[in-house]
Design a protein around this ligand. Structure first.
Ligand code: GDP
Length: 350
């Protein structure tokens, strides 16, 4: 009867209340990084960036680059648990008439979200006319080859021990690494990983980064990855600003949960940001009091996306953000999150 329903509702709302309390406690104790720690990490990244600028300008004055800059969650106040990583963006200058970009869906690989960068006008401007021709493979600009150029430079010819001792850090290139990464030890027990990320900003405003496709077969080697990060985080923040919402807090909680649970590390910030943006289209109430409801909602929607094998990027729905996970990984992630639906607090016991 209705009495039973009322009791169940009451019980459910008690559970919600305690989940709400748990989430905020977890947020303050584990997720949020003290601002002092963030500042020290940013300082270390900035010092390294400054050294690299000086070195590259001196050693390769004709390499066409724009000023390198730091970016990532450490700079957007979206980093969680520990201040331990940042990206050093390296914007490359390409001659407009010599290079053009082709969307992945228009190539035989048919992968939306990835692009080829083709060398044009070779008959009038022969090989060597563009500085970046040295990184051309089969008529295309190869991100792998670009990374190798920087790797030789950054890992091979910079005296990091000397620079480190001046700056009072221990700096060493991480080998092997998927991209090019520097490990900076800036305190006895504090490590910061700085990823070196070559960047192309194409004429139509498309940003491409030299970060390989995770399941890269040889035929994927020439693909550049389109970056939606700036646009998607800006969108999320703008929505929160409009209604004083808890989307960023919800993002930080789920990021921390995934960072602390080995079974969930394959889910990244972009998966979560887009899942929350998609939820925001259906759900209006993002008040701080609704965090528990929205968090459960997010877990359910992630399970749904994983079951369907599809999580569209809100900025280009043709892009499936799960395309770099294997079927088995998708199954395992889905199973872990599905189990957590009945005991969400288990996700915070780490
Ligand atoms: P977090 O690493 O989970 O805290 O999330 P971030 O929001 O900092 O995302 C960093 C990840 O996004 C790295 O793996 C980058 O390789 C990738 N990424 C893709 N596009 C960009 C970009 O435009 N800037 C930065 N900084 N990272 C990007």
């Amino acid at each position: 009867g209705s009495g039973g329903r009322g009791k169940a509702d009451l019980q459910r709302s008690r559970m919600r209340l305690s989940l709400q309390e748990h989430l905020w406690a977890f947020f303050h104790e584990k997720v949020a990084i003290p601002s002092k720690e963030q500042a020290v990490a940013r300082r270390a990244a900035l010092d390294i960036c400054a050294e690299l600028r000086v070195f590259i300008h001196a050693k390769l004055p004709d390499m066409p680059l724009r000023e390198m800059f730091l970016s990532g969650s450490l700079y957007d106040d979206l980093q969680v648990v520990t201040a331990d990583h940042a990206q050093l963006m390296v914007p490359m200058i390409l001659e407009k008439n010599l290079w053009s970009s082709i969307p992945g869906e228009d190539t035989i690989m048919n992968i939306p979200g990835f692009w080829l960068v083709r060398r044009e006008n070779l008959e009038y401007f022969p090989r060597g006319s563009s500085y970046w021709d040295r990184c051309m493979v089969g008529g295309y600009l190869s991100p792998k080859s670009v990374l190798e150029v920087f790797e030789k430079l950054v890992a091979g010819s910079i005296n990091w021990p000397a620079i480190g001792s001046v700056l009072d850090y221990v700096i060493r290139p991480v080998v092997p690494s998927e991209t090019l990464t520097l490990e900076v030890q800036y305190d006895t027990d504090r490590h910061l990983y700085v990823d070196f990320l070559p960047l192309l900003v194409m004429e139509d405003g498309v940003s491409l980064i030299a970060k390989p496709h995770r399941l890269a077969a040889d035929r994927h080697e020439n693909l550049w990855r389109q970056s939606f990060r700036v646009a998607e985080t800006t969108k999320l923040r703008a929505l929160d600003q409009e209604d004083g919402g808890c989307r960023c807090a919800c993002l930080k909680v789920i990021k921390a949960v995934c960072k602390l649970n080995p079974a969930l590390v394959r889910l990244n910030a972009s998966h979560h940001t887009n899942a929350i943006l998609l939820l925001s289209e259906q759900e209006r109430d993002w008040t701080q009091e609704a965090l528990a409801d929205r968090f459960l909602h997010l877990l359910r929607s992630l399970v749904g996306h994983l079951e369907a094998g599809r999580l569209p990027c809100t900025l280009n729905p043709k892009v499936n953000l799960l395309c770099e996970l294997t079927e088995q990984e998708i199954d395992e992630l889905g199973y872990t999150l599905y189990c957590a639906l009945s005991d969400p607090e288990s996700l915070m016991r780490t």
